[in-house]
Write a new protein. Sequence first.
Length: 217
Amino acid sequence: MISEASREAHRSRIRAHVERELGTVKQVFQASPSAAAAIDVLHVPSSDERPVHTLVTSGMSDAPMHTDRTSDVPQYLEVMMTLPRQWKLEAISEGDPAYWPVRTLMTLGRLPHERGTALKWGDVVPNGEPPKPYAPDTKLCGVILAPSLLVPKEFYTLDSAERHVEFYAAIPLYQEELELHREQGMKHLLTTLIDHNINDLVEIKRRNVARKRFGLF
């Protein structure tokens, strides 16, 4: 069990890493006291140098995920989302429709530890079963994990004497894209997204790259 002092030192290293590579953390969203695991979400607001909001978990890597140490699945992981400049994040709370990226990251941060499993590059996590839209103004209902295309490569990992932490983006998906992943696999879905110039910037009404395949055009 990690001590409180070690936990705080580790989270301080994460925050310093975020601020060194992405910008100053102006806000920290904290899980409710009743949450099973205290996953915080750091918010780096939009700036002239980096005109997007960035949300990064802190706490998912307090403990190792349940992995085979000989596999290429990281033992320690944090997840992130990149939001457009116009996204309103100041003073929002759980009941606000715009809060769903924060909630999603907290859920992802707890998931491996609650289920005794691990998350890796290419995994998809639906928002419930069956998947439900994250908010009334979007049909996005799940995420796929992959390295972000919107951060410096130096941000991908954080090494200390204690652990090697990797950072993956949570890229929101539509129901049809979740189905495409199930049928054709991670590589096909990610290639299709890239072919349509879709990166990990969250757009609540972006093009659905699997609609034509499922007869919805």
